[in-house]
Design a protein around this ligand. Structure first.
Ligand SMILES: Cc1ncc(COP(=O)(O)O)c(C=O)c1O
Length: 382
């Protein structure tokens, strides 16, 4: 162990993986587990995307690409941002990456020196503080509260800005809460001073409302996005970042050194996703929304706290404080006794302790069964 660096020793695991591994163990023993802990679409990748990938293989698109990504895809990304948000960016502001995760690491490593601070909401996607700590930077948390539907409060962020604050990270719609930040709040956050890094990976998965991009309010912001969620393409490992022009060359050098380029076949598949998969996206979105409505109604009937309906992504964070003080222990108890996988709130920050994240990236049939099992579990517990 002593040969390991401090950062390698200290990077925390994804707690949800502990749950998933335990669930798999129960399944190997013959148990039937309903997975509501899952963070990826249950749909297959749309056929038009798979066709484009096959074509790319047949055409021999098996080489490294330009380190920024193929120009066709970068242009389609610009077109997408222009059509959806009315913002004008050029392909020379886009770097295509092997998923949103590398894009996140690249932006953090371009903006944060050791000892610098980045403001992150609590609850948050677990990797944000882990990446910051890995780089020797310091995550500074701003709590978001269930009575606000976990909306970030710009005035709370303002209080945490100091001389070492290098960025403010936002994620809307959010993992784990499903919260959609209003355009008004994004505008206020963008006006606070430090550059905003906006993780827009769940954009498009918004029900009955419309999301805003940070680029509508600031031209010094950074955007992270990817194909994993909206296009059901987690395994294709494709994402991108959008940055102000002056940052692209350094980010490109990081990409060249660490990753060379994103996968060539995946990039052609991504182009088809952006240009041809709109009907598939609408179909998936409609189905997620049916499940969302059902789940909201049932979790409330079961007595979990959910004061504000989540508007986006495919998650909800429900208050289970009346059941246990440790969400980790509660999640394992639910898994072992009810055979339902849920993610403990503590995976998403101290402020999410006592909550559980439920995902509706599973069939309505499974969601119904999972919630029925939870109901029986709760009856047996009182
Ligand atoms: C908020 C958020 N950002 C980034 C990612 C990483 O996505 P990718 O598959 O594009 O690396 C995830 C995955 O769950 C996520 O929830």
């Amino acid at each position: 162990m002593s040969r390991l660096t401090k950062r390698a020793q200290e990077i925390p695991p994804f707690i949800v993986m502990d749950i998933l591994e335990k669930a798999h163990e129960l399944e190997r023993q013959g148990g039937h587990v309903i997975h509501l802990e899952i963070g990826e679409p249950d749909f297959p990748t749309p056929a038009c995307v798979c066709e484009a990938a096959k074509e790319a293989i047949e055409k021999g698109e098996s080489h490294y690409t330009h380190s920024l990504g193929i120009i066709e895809l970068r242009e389609a990304i610009c077109e997408h941002y222009n059509k959806r948000y009315g913002v004008h960016i050029g392909p020379d502001q886009v770097v295509v990456t092997s998923g949103t995760s590398p894009a996140l690491l690249m932006i953090f490593s371009a903006l944060l020196e050791a000892g610098d601070e980045i403001i992150i909401s609590d609850p948050h996607y677990p990797c944000y503080p882990n990446f910051a700590n890995f780089l020797g930077a310091r995550p500074v948390f701003v709590n978001a509260y269930e009575e606000d539907g976990f909306q970030l409060r710009p005035d709370e962020i303002k209080k945490r800005i100091g001389p070492r604050t290098k960025a403010i990270l936002i994620n809307s719609p959010s993992n784990p809460t499903g919260n959609l930040l209003s355009g008004e709040r994004i505008e206020k956050i963008a006006a606070l001073g430090p550059p905003v890094i906006s993780d827009e990976i769940y954009h498009g998965l918004v029900y009955g409302k419309k999301e805003n991009s940070v680029l509508e309010f600031s031209d010094k912001a950074f955007v992270l996005n990817g194909f994993s969620k909206l296009y059901a393409m987690t395994g294709w490992r494709l994402g991108y970042l959008i940055a102000p022009p002056g940052f692209i060359r350094p980010l490109q050098k990081i990409q060249q050194n660490f990753f060379i380029s994103a996968g060539s076949v995946s990039q052609w598949a991504g182009l088809a996703a952006l240009t041809e998969a709109q009907d598939d996206v609408e179909r998936m979105k409609k189905t997620y929304n049916q499940r969302r409505k059902y789940m909201i109604q049932r979790v409330r009937e079961l007595g979990f706290g959910l004061p504000v309906e989540p508007d986006g992504a495919f998650y909800m964070l429900v208050n289970a404080k009346q059941l246990a003080s440790s969400s980790y222990e509660l999640a394992f108890e639910i898994l072992e006794r009810a055979k339902v996988g849920v993610t403990p709130g503590i995976d998403f920050g101290q402020n999410a302790e006592g909550y559980l994240r439920l995902s509706y990236a599973n069939s309505l049939e499974n969601i119904k069964e999972g919630l029925k099992r939870l109901e029986e579990f709760l009856k047996g517990r009182y």
